[in-house]
Design a protein around this ligand. Sequence first.
Ligand SMILES: [Zn+2]
Length: 266
Amino acid sequence: MEFVTAHGAGKPTWAVDIGGTKTLLGRLGGGVLTVVAVIRTPDDPAVLAAWLRRQVPGRVARLGVAFPGGLDEDGRVTAWPNRPEWVGYGLRDALGRIARAVVLRDDGESAAAAEAMYGIAQGRPDALVAVLGTGLGGALVLDGKVRRSAPADPRTLGHLAALPEGSCGCGGTGCAQLALRTLPPDDRLGDGLEGWPDGLRLVAFLGDLVRFLSVPTVVLTGGLLARPVLRAQMRVRMAACGVEVLVPARPGLSSLLGAAALEMAG
Ligand SMILES: [Zn+2]
């Protein structure tokens, strides 16, 4: 799969988007983001590191990584409610065998950077970027800059309380990303998400958030938005909250592009 972007005309750079379900390895060069390989994210992070070593030729200069969990200053995993087995793993050290410099970023921040700098949110100084996949990630863009959360803080967008009940792997109750667990197939969504009550609560939560923050634009991205019926219904429901709603053409690649492009920017 290839995705043409205006960015990345210089030296090729490598990027990894580690997700709760699958991991993408990509290469950005000559203005084209190429997905080189895809693997189901293993429970054992050492298995993923070994797979990456087989995919990447030699030891490259730098590698950008989009990651959904919390990380400490040394690049060690401090929290990942979807994959508790990863906690304590030295991700930066392991990937240091693949690249001389490893740049780790929150996946929501990576997606926000990609869409704000090179994607669909270009020209919008203020936006909330929500990434819907196995979990819910996201970041705020204010004055054209991605606001970064504390790297080790697991309280990302998906772990803010938005539902009346449900226990989350983070220890919280009613976390927003729990809504994704009850997502039905397209033919049971109804005409406007009526078949997904938690989805309506998630949309209302995002709507309340952007109204409170006076942010006029919401970017919905992430692998789930590749489903046309879901994308259309979420777009309509979200717009009913009185905000501009943007969905990129390749929502499954936002975080990967951000990891690659951030790497180049660094
Ligand atoms: Zn949670």
